[in-house]
Write a protein that binds this ligand. Structure first.
Ligand code: TYM
Length: 333
């Protein structure tokens, strides 16, 4: 009998335009791992509700994200790609797990603090309990591995803590998930201020390269990237944060290590290096953009996929939820 594959779970919020940070930190690794694991990839539309959206625009973005996963190369027949909000077990398990999560733990979440500072007019309870919903996403499918960028590690840690606490009381209910990060690209920084991460919601459009940016825009953004007053392409995060970030991006795209990149650009100025990074990223994005447009124009095909995958996710989610309800003593009929 064929050995059962281990389970991989990940997802992205349907908020804003995806950046190469999302691609290099997460999506790319999903592709690397997806043959080896049974995969679930969520369009995390419930998480996105923690900030306000114009409804029609939000609906479009969520669908765009679904299409983008496929355009990036994930096979929707082999991987379960679905909408979080279409599977009620996420919200149900999140409630149960919130009763096994301490406020002290949630108070420590740096992303909550950052987001609360950014949206000070709307510090809602969802923003605060966000990591519990994320724990529910992951634990519901009994995930072994969760490929994410560095900014999500703290959320993975609390997921593991909640799962261990629950298992401690009720026996082995949840698989304890491990995070997965690539060697390069797990922490892509802003092109205008390398002390900050590249983010979908940055107000400065030159700070982020979006997956839908055309080739000229990509090259221009890299040309304008903030570096330092030297001219040597050398990996040194403390003293050359801008150049190190560009090396990280170039390495993640080409598969080259930092030593190899230093050799390749020995004696060249920053201008040549920036052009090479811009070209490499533009070449990476263009086939994905073409495929994305084709998919977005084929409404019936997408609708069929959404329906089929929602059903798969729904079915997989019920098993764990049923077990959890039984363990905590909820009445069965
Ligand atoms: P989100 O939507 O902010 O980001 C999606 C993925 O992209 C990674 N990422 C980055 N990686 C490297 N450099 C960057 N600058 C960068 N910016 C973003 C993120 O680490 C993430 O892997 N809470 C999650 C969504 C989520 C989730 C889950 C993820 C909800 N439930 C369950 C995994 C499992 C989030 O907001 O990601």
């Amino acid at each position: 009998m064929a050995e059962e594959k281990k389970i991989l779970y990940s997802g992205m919020q349907a908020t804003g335009n995806l950046t190469i940070g999302n691609y290099l930190g997460a999506l790319r690794n999903w592709m690397t791992l997806n043959e080896e694991y049974e995969c679930f990839f969520g369009v995390m539309d419930l998480h996105s509700l923690t900030i306000r959206h114009e409804p029609a625009e939000f609906r479009k973005r969520a669908r765009d994200l679904f299409a983008l996963y496929i355009a990036a190369g994930l096979d929707p027949e082999k991987n379960c790609i679905y909408f979080q909000s279409h599977v009620p077990a996420h919200a149900e398990l999140a409630w149960i797990l919130s009763c096994y999560t301490y406020m002290g733990e949630l108070n420590r979440m740096t992303q909550f603090k950052d987001k609360a500072a950014k949206h000070s007019d709307n510090i809602n309870a969802g923003l605060y309990t966000y990591p519990v919903l994320m724990a529910a996403d992951i634990l519901l499918y009994q995930a072994d591995v969760v490929p994410v960028g560095k900014d999500q590690l703290q959320h993975l840690e609390i997921t593991r803590d909640i799962a261990q606490r629950f298992n401690g009381v009720y026996g082995d209910v949840f698989t304890i998930p491990e995070p997965y990060m690539g060697k390069m690209g797990a922490n892509v920084r802003s092109l205008q201020d390398p002390s900050r991460k590249m983010s979908k919601s940055d107000e400065n459009p030159n700070a982020s390269v979006y997956l839908m940016d055309d080739a000229d825009t990509v090259r221009r953004k890299f040309k304008r990237a903030v570096t330092d007053s030297e001219s040597e392409v050398r990996y040194d995060v403390d003293n050359k944060a801008g150049i190190s970030n560009l090396m990280d991006i170039y390495g993640a795209v080409t598969g080259k290590g930092s030593d190899e990149i230093e050799q390749e650009f020995k004696g060249c100025g920053y201008g040549d290096f920036k052009s090479a990074v811009g070209d490499a990223v533009a070449d990476l994005l263009s086939p994905m953009q073409k495929r994305f447009q084709e998919l977005r124009n084929d409404k019936n095909y997408l609708d069929g996929l959404i329906k089929a995958n929602d059903e798969r996710a729904y079915y997989s989610s019920r098993k764990t939820l049923r077990k959890v309800k039984k363990k905590v003593g909820l009445t069965e009929v």
